[in-house]
Design a protein around this ligand. Structure first.
Ligand code: AMP
Ligand code: MG
Length: 674
């Protein structure tokens, strides 16, 4: 072997994440690499994360999906049966290939030492070009597991990294064993360097934090072919899941996954015109020019040359006129004055302007059309009076707008850009949203004639299209897809070509015709990040990413939100989940609806699930924000959003929250005074 293979170590322990000095496994594992694996391995990185699926996955993916992916990642910790132990789940979801052989080797080695090795749940496999294995948290257990596989690992790593497998295998197993330094003897009885009476703590670290944080269940990040959770629609209703196999995630976890898997904003150049409204600047914009570009008068009056003593009492000849128009102006001498209008350039030599209100017309030209002499009665006149100096509003070269600022529709920013002649700006591309409805029962909302039994007018599409536009996003209307896999797949594919984000509604409950999840996973090769959220309304909300290639042939991923079919649920989940993703892609920060404290105007019943109760918030006489329910909150009642300008975040519970209680509300629309 030429260059040594690279390995990284991930210590999974909430305790060690807080205090790295409590970790003992890292050093022990490095010793194994330097001992049994001498010359063959370099450990290039070591990180500590807490027992948290997302943190574990984030770190592993940072390693495996980057340009310098290591050959081998080993984790230590979180493989036991405690509620917080979730390393195997986190890792399994990332694997492209599983490696039960490695697991077997690790377990049988440890089992030879203690039956308590059964309490470890190791997994191993390959993600992209990296072999991954999970070791127990106890330094001894971890060491022994690594020793069990380290000699054969280089072979697996080389294959995973793309080495020619025929060449690797030429010469047979014997040759492989010899190269790996495995002798017949060492194969039969693994050389344990430790005594046999040690206590085997395969449960990992002592977790001092509370169990059951957020979601410690499987987060799907599957290769669709390997283990999709969705129904296989070909199997029919008798074989479908009778309960959703998707773990229920909290709203906060759902939002953090959306944040994590939504692509970074794209940067483009845009003309400064109405199309740029709503865009966020991806650059700092500097003034190209001074405003004003010339010395200009602030008032209508007479340009003067202020004498030393500031005394301007007397009758002065009007020698010229300066209008607010481009052109040459004759210079002014002391003792002369020139009529000037607001915003007009000062004649060269003029040092102040006297307001017309402070003057008296003395004489006219013979034809009576022009002023000849004007009397001024001013004392203590200062140079610069009533003059806007060059660059006094905006100085050339100064920053007028910062990166991250939004050019909003009420005018301030676009006005500033226009004033200094910035005709193009670098901004984040606002994502284009493709919106479709699904369901055999759904008909166009405006189809004439009476409804047949079972028909439902498409409420969601026009509702979401309007909401997305109102928030400043361009929309592609993708129509209604039938509850047939191929119709859905076709519509989604067409949507992915035209839009950056897809929103579907319907087809995510538990019925046999609920085809969104299977189509995303099985036909589009997508990854469902969550398929159930603990909330009301909107429990079946589904968030996925699908791999696509852009016109340049680059691989990227696009997000799909599959919202529930019930119209109130669809609109609430759009605001709660889709909007933050659109905001992130548009470079808008902070993302999502603004959160404000409100006071309940009456008693609100609580639900076992956190509820997003539709309310009208008004500013009371005392300046306090008061929330009143819009009435029936059933998820099919889109009327619950009529006149609603906010969603009250009702905590889960029994009974009621009383009138006057303080709660948080998410603002969707303008709040008005009573
Ligand atoms: P599904 O998730 O497809 O089972 O839909 C749940 C409920 O929402 C059903 O009663 C559907 O008829 C209804 N629904 C689905 N899509 C729409 C839509 N676009 N407009 C109005 N109702 C819908
Ligand atoms: Mg349906």
């Amino acid at each position: 072997m030429d260059a040594p293979l690279t390995a990284t170590i991930l210590i999974v322990s909430t305790t060690a994440a807080l205090d790295p000095s409590t970790d003992g496994a890292g050093a022990v594992l490095r010793d194994v690499f330097n001992g049994d694996g001498t010359g063959k391995w370099t450990v290039t990185d070591q990180k500590i994360v807490s027992d948290n699926v997302i943190e574990i996955q984030k770190q592993i993916m940072q390693w495996t999906d980057g340009p310098d992916a290591p050959n081998f990642i080993l984790t230590t910790g979180g493989t036991g049966f405690a509620a917080s132990d979730s390393t195997p789940e986190a890792v399994t979801a990332l694997l492209h290939k599983e490696a039960p052989g490695l697991v077997h080797a690790m377990l049988s080695t440890s089992l030879a030492v203690t039956p308590f090795a059964m309490m470890s749940r190791p997994v191993a496999g390959v993600r992209s070009k990296t072999v991954i294995a999970t070791l127990p948290g106890s330094p001894k257990g971890a060491k022994e597991n690594l020793q069990a596989i380290i000699k054969t690992l280089p072979h697996a790593c080389l294959q995973a990294a793309g080495a020619n497998s025929r060449q690797l295998h030429a010469g047979g197993t014997k040759k492989l064993e010899k190269e790996a330094g495995i002798t017949d003897g060492s194969r039969k009885s693994h050389d344990h360097s430790h005594s046999h009476d040690h206590q085997h703590d395969h449960r990992g670290h002592n977790h001092s934090h509370e169990a059951g944080h957020g979601h410690d269940k499987l987060v799907r990040h599957t290769m669709p072919a390997s283990n999709p959770l969705s129904n296989d629609p070909n199997l029919g209703p008798t074989r479908r899941h009778r309960e959703s196999p998707y773990p229920m995630v909290s709203v906060d976890d759902a939002l953090s996954m959306i944040g994590e898997f939504t692509p970074e904003p794209e940067i483009i150049q845009r003309k400064v015109n109405k199309e740029i409204i709503g865009s966020v600047l991806a650059e700092e914009v500097r003034a190209r020019e001074n405003v004003p570009a010339f010395r200009a008068s602030i008032v209508d009056g007479y340009a003067v040359v202020v004498p030393q003593d500031g005394n301007l009492k007397g009758v002065f000849p009007v020698v010229g006129v300066s209008h607010a128009a481009p052109g040459e102006i004759a210079p002014l001498q002391e003792g002369e004055i020139a009529r000037i209008t607001t915003g007009a350039p000062l004649p060269p030599g003029a040092t102040a302007v006297i307001m017309v209100e402070d003057t008296i017309l003395k004489s006219m030209t013979d034809d009576g059309k022009e002023e000849k002499e004007v009397e001024i009665q001013a004392e203590g006149v200062q140079e610069g009076e009533n003059i806007r100096e060059v660059g006094s509003d905006v100085k050339q070269g100064t920053t007028i707008l910062s990166k991250g600022e939004q050019i909003c529709g009420v005018g301030g920013e676009i006005g500033l850009l226009a004033s200094v002649g910035v005709a193009e700006a670098i901004v984040y591309k606002r994502p284009v949203v493709g919106i479709l409805s699904t369901g055999d029962e759904i008909i166009e909302y405006n189809r004439s004639g009476e409804l047949r039994l079972g028909e439902v007018r498409d409420t969601n599409r026009i509702t979401l299209i309007s909401a997305a536009r109102e928030w400043g996003f361009e929309v592609v209307d993708l129509g209604i897809a039938k509850d047939k896999s191929n119709s859905l797949e076709e519509t989604l594919r067409a949507g992915l070509r035209q839009a950056d984000v897809l929103i579907t509604t319907g087809g995510v409950s538990m019925g046999e015709l609920d085809l969104l999840k299977p189509t995303i996973e099985r036909s589009l090769g997508g990854t469902i990040h969550f398929g159930r959220v603990a909330m009301k309304p909107g429990k079946p909300t589904t968030f996925a990413t699908v791999p696509v290639k852009n016109n340049a042939g680059q691989r990227l991923s696009k997000v799909i939100f599959s919202l529930p079919g019930n119209p109130a649920s669809a609109l609430v989940t759009f605001h709660l989940f889709v909007l933050p993703s659109l905001h992130k892609q548009a470079g808008i920060s902070p993302v999502g609806l603004a959160r404000v404290p409100v006071v309940l105007g009456h008693d609100f019943a609580m639900d076992p699930r956190p509820e997003y109760h539709r309310v009208v918030v008004t500013v009371g006489a005392d300046g306090q924000l008061m929330a009143n329910s819009t009435g029936g909150q059933r998820s099919s009642r889109v009327g619950s959003l009529r006149s609603a300008n906010a969603l009250v975040c009702m905590p889960s519970g029994k009974g009621k929250l009383e009138k006057g209680s303080k709660v948080q509300a998410l603002v969707m629309n303008t709040i008005r005074s009573l």
